[in-house]
Write a protein that binds this ligand. Structure first.
Ligand code: FAD
Length: 318
């Protein structure tokens, strides 16, 4: 069976969920071979093996943390040369997309970004994308070279699929030309204890209807009762009520959770662009004519300051 390279997104060997989702999708088109760059490959290999990785190609070098993505592209290219895979899959994070684009250029391949599904096809993997603010769903396949595909988080459920997960060292030479941009400092964001917005299974977002930073705790309380991340519309962010890092939409983050709850958000096309592929969408809005109701699975016409706390209490009581 053809091998499929899966780029591992991890924090010090703790594998992030989107990588496990990629392994599920990779198994549809071949045998997953994970590429782990950085420390603690053995710890990562255990989890990767449990989710279907037959092999883990591991490399650790200071350049992976000292520089921006180029050294990682060198490493992924080394893995590509070693394996000659049927496809290369990466998470649709900012880093994943940049590595994918650079790799595709180097190996002369076509690239598909932000896929939301992947299936085997007679002439290679077929990727589903949601385009034009999710007005259309397209299916496409790469016609030139080895497919390089980035997949949005939450596009597949991680499946248990025990496999060997054997660690093999990958020989990587980081080119001098890859050391063009050195990281001079890192400032970790203060942890909120909530899941990362783009990876969360549930997102609760607030918009202009929240009417002030002082009211966002209403949204946060519902999010916390559900173990969800908090999002915000641009109107709420521009007003300074919530950080830009939490903005959902065309000029913010793109999310695709199992459940998206929009409170006090009208549903402008630029907001929809960032959340319309969510599996189940719920809106709470006091205007029955708000455009968000055109795309919801469940809608509540009402004041969010009545509905959201009642929902929070209901969730907490279960
Ligand atoms: P509004 O459109 O003002 O809607 C507020 C809603 O809250 C209304 O429907 C109202 O009925 C409801 N409401 C008010 N009070 C209550 C209450 N008490 N209870 C219940 N409901 C209530 N927007 C984004 O979100 N993300 C983006 O990334 C983004 N990028 C953009 C890029 C460009 C180039 C442009 C031009 C715009 C972009 N926008 C983006 C802005 C977008 O066009 C909208 O202006 C924005 O999404 C509106 O935010 P909102 O829904 O919170 O506010």
């Amino acid at each position: 069976m053809a091998e499929v390279l899966v780029y591992v997104d991890h924090v010090d060997g703790a594998v992030r969920k989107p990588t496990l989702e990629l392994l599920t999708l990779a198994r549809r088109i071949g045998e997953p071979v994970a590429v782990h760059l950085g420390a603690n490959a053995d710890a990562a290999a255990k989890v990767l093996g449990e989710h279907g990785a037959v092999k883990v190609l591991a490399a650790d070098a200071p350049e992976f943390t000292e520089y921006l993505v180029a050294p990682k592209v060198d490493a992924l290219q080394a893995a590509y040369d070693a394996v000659s895979p049927a496809a290369v899959l990466l998470p649709s994070s900012a880093e994943g997309k940049e590595i994918a684009a650079r790799l595709a250029v180097r190996i002369g391949s076509g690239i598909i970004t932000d896929a939301v599904d992947l299936e085997a096809g007679d002439e290679g993997p077929v990727a589903t994308q949601s385009v034009f603010a999710a007005s259309f769903t397209t299916k496409s396949r790469i016609t030139k070279g080895t497919p390089v595909i980035t997949v949005k988080p939450n596009s597949a459920a991680p499946e248990d699929a025990p496999a060997a997960g054997t660690v093999e060292q990958l020989a990587v030479t980081v080119a001098d030309s890859s050391k063009g941009t050195k990281i001079v400092s890192r400032t970790p964001r203060e942890s909120t204890g909530r899941p990362e917005l783009t990876e969360a299974a549930i997102v609760v977002s607030g918009g202009r209807g929240v009417n002030g930073a002082e009211n966002f705790p209403v949204i946060e309380a519902l999010a916390d009762s559900l173990g969800a991340a908090v999002g915000a519309s641009r109107a709420a962010v521009d007003a300074g009520w919530y950080p830009h890092t939490n903005q959902v939409g065309q000029t913010g983050k793109s999310v695709s959770p199992q459940l998206y709850i929009a409170a006090g958000i009208s549903g402008a096309i630029q907001h929809r662009a960032g959340m319309q592929t969510s599996k189940t969408i719920v809106a709470i809005n006091k205007d029955a004519e708000a455009p968000i109701f055109d795309l919801v699975d469940y809608g509540v016409v009402g004041d969010l300051f009545d509905v959201v706390p009642a929902l929070t209490e209901e969730v907490k009581s279960r």
